[in-house]
Structures are given as C-alpha cells and as structure tokens.
Design a protein around this ligand. Structure first.
Ligand code: PLP
Length: 408
C-alpha cells in the first residue's frame, strides 16, 4: 500500500459524505449538474488571505498569480481581498479585465510577450515586468504609438534559487528575467527612454515548504534589490519579492510555518538598506492562496480487478488533474490527497488504484492507496485542486473536454 497525501484539515463529513462549506459533495454535484467537477470555497480562500495578513508585516502587499487559477469567481473573490494581480499572457489580461480588476493593479511577466500584448497592456496602464533588453526596447517603441509612457519594472534573474522548491525559477541560465549584472544598464535605458520606473521583480522559485529556505531567499532578494537600486541610479519604487509559498501535497509534507516567515521578514525590513526605505513591497502567491481551497470530484464508472489489483475507474483524470497524476513537474510519482468522498472518513478496507478514463497508463489519480471499499457510483475527491488544475491540464486530450467548475 502506498500512502496518500495529507487531506487539508479544513474538510469534514456530513452524514458520511465529504462536505465543502457545509454542503455535501453529492449536493454540490447535483447543483453543478455533472461530474467531473472542481469546487472552490470562497470562505477557505478568504481565511487563507486573512492568515497571511495576520502573519506578514502590514506593509507587504499581496498579489495573486493568476495562472494558478483564472476562474472568474476566484478572481472576483480575490479582487476584494488582495492588492494586485500578476499575469503572464494577453489572455490572462483579458480575464482580469473581464473580472473587473483595475489594470493599474496588474503586472505582466512572461518571457515571450508579443507586440500586440505589450501594446494593449501599455494602453491599459499595466506594469510590464520586462524580461530582456529587447522586450524593454519594444515596449518603449510601442508606447510611443500608444501615446503613453510604459510602466516598466525589470524582472531579474537572481544568482540564487529558492532551495527545496518544486520549480526553480532563478539561479544560472534561465529564460526568465535579465541576469543581474545587466540590470543597471537597462534601468538607465528605460528611465532615459521615458518609462515610468516601477522597480524590480525577483522570483526565485515555487512550492517551498521550508520557512528557513523562504527566509533565506527573501533576505537575498532584499540584498540584491538594494544593490541594483543603487547601481541603476533610479531607486526601487516597487519590489516584487516573489513568493514560492508551498502547500502540502504529498505524504510527509508539512505545512509552511507562515508565522515564522512573517516574523523574519519583519525583522529584515526593520534593518533594510536606506535605498529601499520608501520601496513598496509585495509578495506574489498562486497556489498558497487557492490550492487548498479547491476539491476535484469525479465519479466511479467502473470497478475491476486485474492480476489481483483493484482499479477504480473514474469519469475524470489527468486531463483535469495533470499534477495529481504525477505528470506536471514531478520526478517520482507520489499520491496526492485522495479520498472516497461518498464514504468520507470510513475506515480503510482495501488497496485500490484510482485511475481516470483516458486510454493511457499515465492517467492515475491514486496508486495502490488504502481506501474504503468503493463501488460504481461512488464519488472520489482529489484535494489541493484549487491551483494548476482546470487550466494546467491537457483538457482536450482524448476528446474529454473540460470539467465543470463551481464556487461556493
Ligand atoms: C507561477 C508563478 C507564480 C505562482 O507560483 P505559485 O507556486 O503558484 O505560488 C508566481 N510568480 C511567477 C513569476 C510565476 O511564474
């Protein structure tokens, strides 16, 4: 038997069925009209934001990394709760505008921004986190045509990475940002070119659970930003410190000690270099805000035994849950938190593998897990489904189409 990831302790059962915000999973499926279904809890997102506000220094603004989950009701919820939104494409720009978000609260990163995307973003007053000299020059040129100065920050490729992170986005050769030593010259160039100078964006990695590693990276980030602010000669009005706060997906994962990160950051800010005295700072978080607030529900359509192993075959799968299937940036496949939602809290009775309906051996949601005995018609829940689910999975693969989504 292989262990399952930890089910977030924010969920309980109602008459033996998994409940999300006090509504049982069968009722939620009935409300949505079908499975597979992503359910997101507004209350859980709000609680998470409140915990962050309480733990972090008050001066730290919170930004949401839209790519984690661009579902409109999620954006609308966060619109009331966070201070800014970070996008990485023109498509995400359209989504934030449609959700009623003020483009002046939005910053736009991403290594391959096209002219049409830059032009539109400049026209709306979005801050561009430029990723190269070329991109900065294109932005300055396009801004002339748009008749308004571009708001430019420079994304820096730091010399360090976020240790222990699931996805490293800094340190060494990277397609993201500008190597630190080239930054000061570009600061002078964009300022001379008439840009509204916004500062630096330094994102070193994702999905870190160690407070110590995050604390170390934040200290390095502040140091690097101070040095570049001095060398560039234009200061640093805004500093995006990155994020990388992870959530526990796998057996043995422990939640991040948020309070420790907040306390260390407060200490660090108290002794910051003078050049950062007036700098407005933000963190950009994706999965930490929404990941644990989402549950993916899928129904068992077949139950079979092959060579003595039980397979529970569901109507969902990797086309909505690429990460849970182990095919999105993991080296060794480990089980996500998965449960039989219609028998939530029932004792373990057998070893079974939960698979999806796609005709590929990659489509596995839980491998040799200990579960209560489940039958055709039972509901399976995959937890930690609020981020990188619906839009980070190969939805068109095998013609299966999208899952339903519901905000409660
Ligand atoms: C993906 C990404 C994020 C969000 O990462 P999470 O792990 O979901 O918090 C934030 N910033 C940048 C630049 C990213 O590419």
């Amino acid at each position: 038997m292989k262990p399952l990831g930890p089910v977030p302790n924010t969920f309980s059962d109602k008459n033996g069925i998994l409940a999300i915000d006090d509504e049982d999973a069968e009722a939620l499926v009935a409300r949505a009209g079908r499975t597979p279904l992503f359910v997101y809890s507004r209350a859980l997102i709000r609680t998470r934001v409140a915990r962050l506000r309480a733990a972090l220094p008050a001066e730290i603004a919170l930004h949401y990394a839209v790519k984690a989950n661009p579902y409109k009701p999620v954006l609308e919820t966060l619109l009331e709760d966070v201070d800014g939104f970070d996008i990485a494409s023109g498509g995400e720009l359209d989504l934030v505008v449609a959700a009623g978000i003020d483009p002046r609260q939005v910053s736009f990163a991403g290594p391959g921004k096209r002219d049409d995307e830059l032009f539109k973003a400049i026209g709306l007053g979005v801050t561009l986190n430029v990723e190269s000299e070329n991109e900065a020059r294109r932005a300055l040129r396009l801004a002339e045509a748009a008749g308004r100065p571009p708001r430019i920050a420079i994304r820096v490729n730091p010399e360090f990475d976020l240790k222990g992170s699931g996805m490293k986005m800094g340190g060494g050769a990277k397609p993201f940002g500008l190597d630190a030593e080239r930054v000061p010259a570009l600061v002078r160039e964009v300022v001379a070119g008439g840009a509204e100078w916004r500062g630096f964006h330094i994102f070193a990695g994702s999905q870190a659970l160690s407070a110590e590693h995050i604390i170390e990276t934040q200290a390095q980030t502040l140091q690097l930003a101070a040095r570049l602010a001095e060398q560039g000669g234009a200061g640093c009005p805004h500093l995006n410190l990155g994020g990388g706060f992870g959530i526990p997906y796998f057996p043995g994962d422990e939640p991040l000690d948020l309070e420790r990160v907040g306390a260390a950051l407060a200490e660090r800010l108290a002794v910051r270099p003078a050049v950062l005295a007036e700098t407005r700072m933000c963190l950009e978080l994706g999965r930490y805000l929404v990941g644990e607030a989402g549950v993916y529900l899928t129904r068992i359509v077949d139950r079979k035994v092959s060579h003595g192993e039980v397979f529970l075959i569901t109507d969902g799968g990797m086309h909505h849950q690429l990460a849970a299937s182990g095919n999105f940036g993991t080296v060794v496949r480990r089980n996500y938190p998965v449960a039989i939602a219609s028998r939530f809290g029932a004792p373990v009775e057998e070893e079974a593998s939960v698979v999806g309906c796609l005709c590929t051996p990659l489509d596995r949601l839980a491998d040799k897990a200990g579960l209560p005995r489940a039958e055709v018609g039972d509901l399976v829940a995959v937890f930690c489904a609020g981020a990188y689910g619906a839009t980070a999975s190969p939805m068109q693969f095998l013609g299966q189409g999208p899952a339903a989504e519901l905000m409660v």
